[in-house]
Design a binder for this molecule. Structure first.
Ligand code: A2P
Length: 338
């Protein structure tokens, strides 16, 4: 496969390189693209230095384009790339188009079939939530879900991480805090605002979790409300989830389901201080789930806590898994781009 990474110098782009390398993706050629600012830089892959190129205007000479350079760029270029290549797009630009499959391979790999050369990678918060929620939904049928998130600075890209680190240093040096990437200073703070506010008072990030969960689970009867909050961690989005199910559910039955769920690590031993933690989940493929308990408000209700590396399962890992699924399903032929 000939692969291009668009946005190779970004937070997700760097992870894409690492995941392709770690998973020994069958790759014959690699092209790295970023903005003109980065042209001429090199990035290392399998002990070789690859030149970063400025993104050209037309189609790219590859079989698969892994795009992670923002929504407006994808909106403009993905249809052009899709004429010659299969595009796996990390932005939200096409996720809600009915003809675009929105894929978490552990959940709805089959929805890839019939794609039109454009496949969307879900929002990171949604992907991490569904790794735990979907297996429970399949077993007990979720009716209503309430999610509160604790989202890391890298959700806003490399500049978000940099702002947190620099701001923390500034604060400790007694300098005033500034914010560029975030609406307010993030160090020593939490910000209940991610993405643009909508007419209904929710943010777009919060609405994405509803829209995308319904599409990926293939069930628009599941009701969901989300409050998305930025916290001063570097990586990993954590989520406190309350879910009400149609069928009776117990914490032990939920644990049994989650023990079997692919891509999930059950970390649920409060007596030994074991529960999901961003620091441990950083750099890890699997999503941690724990703090599982019977909810005190809803009948058939369950509370749990999830922590997953959103640069991986919420972005780069999921995108590479989609590419692997395309290969496994025979949905891609290396001749596409030639
Ligand atoms: P660059 O590093 O040259 O700015 P992040 O999400 O971490 O902010 O990363 C965004 C990625 O998208 C970076 O690789 C960035 O490249 C790339 N990018 C931003 N604007 C463009 C553009 N106009 N053309 C190509 N790549 C872009």
């Amino acid at each position: 496969m000939k692969i291009a990474i668009v946005g190779a110098t970004g937070a997700v782009g760097q992870e894409l390189l690492r995941v392709l390398e770690q998973r020994h993706f069958p790759l014959s050629e690699l092209r790295l693209y970023a903005s003109a600012r980065s042209a001429g830089k090199t990035l290392s892959f399998r002990n070789t230095e690859y030149l970063v190129e400025a993104l050209p205007e037309g189609p790219l000479p590859v079989d698969i384009v892994l795009a992670s350079a923002g929504g407006s760029l994808s909106k403009q270029y993905a249809p052009i790339w899709a004429k010659k290549s299969i595009v796996i797009d990390n932005s939200s630009a096409f996720r809600y188009e009915p003809w675009v499959p929105l894929i978490v391979p552990e959940i709805n790999a089959q929805a890839i079939r019939g794609h039109q050369n454009l496949i969307a990678n879900p929002n990171c918060t949604t992907a991490i939530l569904l790794m735990a929620l979907y297996p429970l939904h399949r077993a007990f049928k979720a009716k209503r879900v309430i999610v509160s998130t604790y989202q890391s600075s890298s959700g806003a890209g490399a500049s978000g991480m940099q702002e947190l680190l620099e701001g923390t240093r500034d604060f400790l040096a007694g300098k005033p805090l500034q914010s560029r990437t975030f609406a307010h200073p993030l160090p020593f703070n939490v910000i209940p605002h991610i993405d643009a506010f909508q007419d209904n008072g929710y943010t777009k990030e919060e609405m994405k979790v509803l829209w995308e969960s319904q599409k990926i689970m293939g069930d628009d009867t599941v009701k969901l409300s989300c409050t998305a909050v930025r916290v001063p961690t570097l990586r990993v989005h954590s989520e406190a989830v309350t879910a009400e199910f149609e069928r009776p559910i117990t914490p032990e039955a939920a644990r049994e389901v989650l023990r079997q769920a692919p891509g999930v690590d059950l970390v649920d031993d409060p007596a030994n201080l074991q529960y999901p933690l961003p620091l441990r989940a950083s750099g890890k493929y699997n999503v941690e789930v724990g703090r599982i308990r019977k909810n005190l408000v809803f009948e058939n209700g369950l509370d749990f806590f999830v922590a997953g590396d959103q640069l991986l399962k919420g972005a780069a890992l999921n995108a590479v898994q989609i590419a692997e699924t395309l290969v496994e399903m025979g949905e891609i032929h290396p001749a596409v781009a030639s």
